[in-house]
Design a protein around this ligand. Structure first.
Ligand SMILES: Nc1ncnc2c1ncn2[C@@H]1O[C@H](COP(=O)(O)OP(=O)(O)O)[C@@H](O)[C@H]1O
Length: 290
């Protein structure tokens, strides 16, 4: 795993000596139309991103289809490595639940399974990064961004991404996993009531994923995302293949892509992911220190 070893060697365990640089979003977008759109949306403010990896923190991205488990694994790594997990889907949902001017426009797009415009998503991300910077955050694990080549190009223009983890899973599992997702309306905990049990055959192994059931105090408060209906999930998968799969290639040709096939449920997959990231001894040290 030469790529991961190189990255981890350049990153000391402390996160203190890290600092952000500021770049204007307007200078990151390429065409004149982009610049006009950016200034109309008020995006020509500093975007707090780091230009060069200096060690001290990391800038990672999770790619993968809806339902593959980006949120689950990004959030676990964020806790392990003490870097913020920033999911653009969460930023969109926060905006949706606010009474802000964008809410009704976003609801229509999200509930059809379509992508929000690059301008809006970069605006939300930029605000989140600024708020994090003000709190002293450094580094990030991005989940759900970039989702288009243009988003990837813009990000590449303003900062240096260390590693992109591309999560994959047998296609048959994706729909069931999305339809089984539940969120606790009180604590925000993520659960999954689906039991995936796909038999192996024709050279491919079977896959078993136990449901991730809520604790008793969350069980009566579960809600389903409004875009997790069969019709909308199928549209999101179609859009992923059309708009987001090319982003995998974008990072692959830059030597930053680590492919990881999810072998099963969390107990089986998490240690293997840590191994692929050369982080297995890191977790041992963390639990020993706890
Ligand atoms: N980078 C992005 N670009 C455009 N739209 C986005 C982006 N991230 C999130 N969204 C919008 O938010 C919705 C929910 O995103 P997310 O929670 O990441 O869903 P998924 O389960 O499909 O990965 C998407 O369907 C899309 O409408």
């Amino acid at each position: 795993m030469a790529l991961v070893s190189r990255i981890l060697r350049s990153r000391p365990s402390s996160v203190s000596s890290y600092h952000y640089i500021s770049r204007t979003f307007a200078s990151a977008v390429s065409s004149e139309t982009d610049i006009k759109a950016a200034s109309l949306l008020g995006l020509n403010k500093p975007l707090p991103l780091r230009q060069e990896p200096r060690g001290g923190s990391l800038q990672w991205i999770f790619l993968g289809c809806p339902g593959v488990g980006k949120g689950t694994y990004a959030s676990r790594l964020s806790n392990l490595l003490d870097v913020p997990h920033i999911a653009t889907g969460d930023l969109v949902r926060e905006e949706l639940s606010s009474s802000g001017p964008l809410a009704s426009q976003l609801a229509e797009i999200v509930n059809q399974g379509k992508l929000v415009s690059d301008e809006i998503i970069i605006n939300l991300l930029s605000k989140r990064l600024e708020a994090g910077e003000a709190k002293g955050e450094s580094g990030f694990i991005l989940d759900g961004f970039p989702r288009t080549i243009r988003q990837a190009e813009i990000l590449e223009g303003v900062t240096n991404i260390d590693l992109v983890i591309n999560l994959k899973i047998r296609e048959e599992a994706l729909l069931a996993k999305c339809l089984g997702r539940r969120i606790c309306s009180e604590c925000g905990g993520n659960y999954n009531v689906a039991c995936i049990d796909i038999k192996g055959g024709n050279g491919s192994p079977g896959i078993y994923m136990a449901p991730l059931l809520p604790p008793p105090h969350c069980a009566s408060k579960l809600i389903t995302r409004s875009d997790d209906t069969e019709e909308v999930v199928k549209e999101r998968l179609r859009i992923y293949n059309e708009m987001s799969q090319p982003v995998e290639e974008f990072y692959s040709i830059r030597g930053k892509l680590l492919e990881f096939e999810i072998p099963g449920g969390i107990p089986e997959s998490w240690p293997k992911l840590l191994q692929a990231l050369n982080l297995d001894d890191h977790e041992d040290k963390q639990s020993a220190a706890a």
